[in-house]
Design a protein around this ligand. Structure first.
Ligand code: S3P
Length: 429
């Protein structure tokens, strides 16, 4: 589907953020490995978290969904059944990487498959530590889905210094660690999102300049009432859209404000964005708040590479913000973007260049020569079937000189099914 996106003039209104994708996945998986019934309120209806639910059903877990409320009857760590057909993870890297940690440690013979994008993303990063732990797992060319998972003769503990700052990798190893008699230890030197540790209450301690996190069979996984906050990564599109469009004011309700996720908030604040935080509270173990954002004159920024894992999913839309800052912004240390649903560095370079922005693409980042007067030229933007590319292009187009188009626009349903409705609701022109 091609979506037409008009210049906004300004944006105004109040919207409820879609439920957080990362937390939805985790709540469902953790509920499945507990031994009782858990209720998850505000579960995401987006395609990725729905892939997690369908994989759990295939593994014999009872999942009842009524609107955004999901009831899961946990089967315990040893209660999964061998699925009759391959577990289909769709487009979802989190489903494949986290669930592979669980099913390979549980020794469930199965195959895990995904769509073309997921099948081209490396799984070597999880295959290696899982093999070290004694799990039986391999992939096409020892690297890609389909993954083949088999029986094992017990999970051995490892001490694993994370070679990449990836929450999916960290979570995969910690979840496999839950099946070992002795603690598995993950050493994290650069903070990535901490939902797994937080929701499972895993032990962690300071270790050098980072953290050592532990998991083992003795960790109790209680049935919980989960309340999923609004997705900060979805909110980021509006933080930028409202900042770059004159006379705009947006209120976003119930946004997840976990400090390991809100790097983009602080980056935009440093760039001069105008934010107000209100109604700070907790949704279960996760902090949430309402945010109000008004237009701002943005300054350029030289991003600290250590912040990259904290804003990895928001970088594409931050690049859009940088196009309207008054001078040169630099992103480096962001090579991980090349391993997402598409190569997001190249895809964003293509989108920004098509709009007439002045940028230089680097191996691990981008230099963006911003201009507050920049007026993107109307273009047909390629999303490469990547939800975050489609939404970043749409935000860019709100400042355009005419009607733009976004290709494969339906891919926003991967994380934010109401994105286009919200955009059209908020545009004031
Ligand atoms: C996620 C972690 C990030 C992020 C992805 C969701 C998660 O991936 O990009 O959208 O839920 O753990 P990496 O951990 O591979 O960086």
């Amino acid at each position: 589907m091609i979506q037409k996106t008009e210049p906004a003039g300004s944006l105004a209104g109040t919207i409820q953020m879609p439920p957080d994708k990362s937390i939805s996945h985790r709540a469902a998986m953790f509920a499945a490995i507990s031994s009782e019934i858990s209720i998850i309120d505000n579960y995401s209806s987006a395609a990725d978290p729905q892939s997690t639910l369908s994989c759990l059903r295939q593994l014999g877990v009872s999942v009842q969904q009524t609107g955004n409320r999901v009831e899961i009857k946990g089967v315990g760590r040893d209660g999964f059944k061998k699925p009759d057909s391959p577990l289909n993870c769709g487009n979802s890297g989190t489903t494949m990487r986290l669930l592979a940690g669980i099913v390979s440690a549980a020794g469930i013979e199965c195959e895990m498959v995904g769509d073309d994008s997921l099948s081209s993303r490396t799984m070597k990063r999880i295959i290696e530590p899982l093999k070290q732990m004694g799990a039986s797992i391999d992939g096409r060319d020892h690297e890609f889905a389909p993954l083949k998972i088999g029986l094992n003769s017990g999970i051995k503990p490892i001490r694993y210094p994370l070679p990449i700052a990836s929450a999916q990798l960290k979570s995969c190893v910690l979840l496999a660690g839950l099946f070992g008699e002795k603690p598995t230890e993950v050493v994290e030197t650069v903070q990535s999102r901490d939902h797994t540790e937080r929701l499972l209450n895993l032990k962690s301690e300071a270790y050098g300049s980072g953290k050592l996190i532990q998991s083992s069979r003795s960790d109790v996984i209680p049935a919980q009432s989960y309340a999923v906050p609004g997705d900060f990564s979805a909110a980021a599109f509006w933080l930028v859209a409202s900042s770059i469009n004159p006379e705009s004011k947006l209120s976003l309700k119930h946004v997840g404000m976990n400090p390991s996720r809100t790097g983009a908030f602080h980056i935009l604040e440093e760039m001069g964005a105008n934010f107000e935080i209100s109604n700070s509270t907790f949704a279960g173990k996760e902090p949430v708040a309402d945010l109000t954002i008004t237009s701002a004159n943005l300054n350029p920024i030289n991003l600290d590479p250590k912040l990259i894992p904290n804003c990895i999913d928001e970088l594409p839309v931050l690049m859009v913000a940088m196009c309207f800052a008054d001078g040169k912004s630099v992103i480096s240390g962001a090579e991980e973007l090349r391993h997402k649903e598409t190569d997001r560095l190249s895809a964003m370079a293509e989108i920004l260049t098509a709009s007439g922005a002045e940028i230089e693409l680097k191996k691990d980042g981008m230099v963006i020569y911003g201009d507050p007067q920049f007026t993107p030229r109307p273009a047909r933007f390629k999303s490469h079937h990547d939800h975050r590319m489609a939404m970043a292009a749409a935000v860019l187009a709100t400042r355009g000189s005419g009607l733009s188009e976004v290709e494969d626009a339906e891919c926003t349903a991967i994380s934010y099914p109401d994105f286009w409705t919200h955009l059209h609701q908020l545009i004031q022109s």
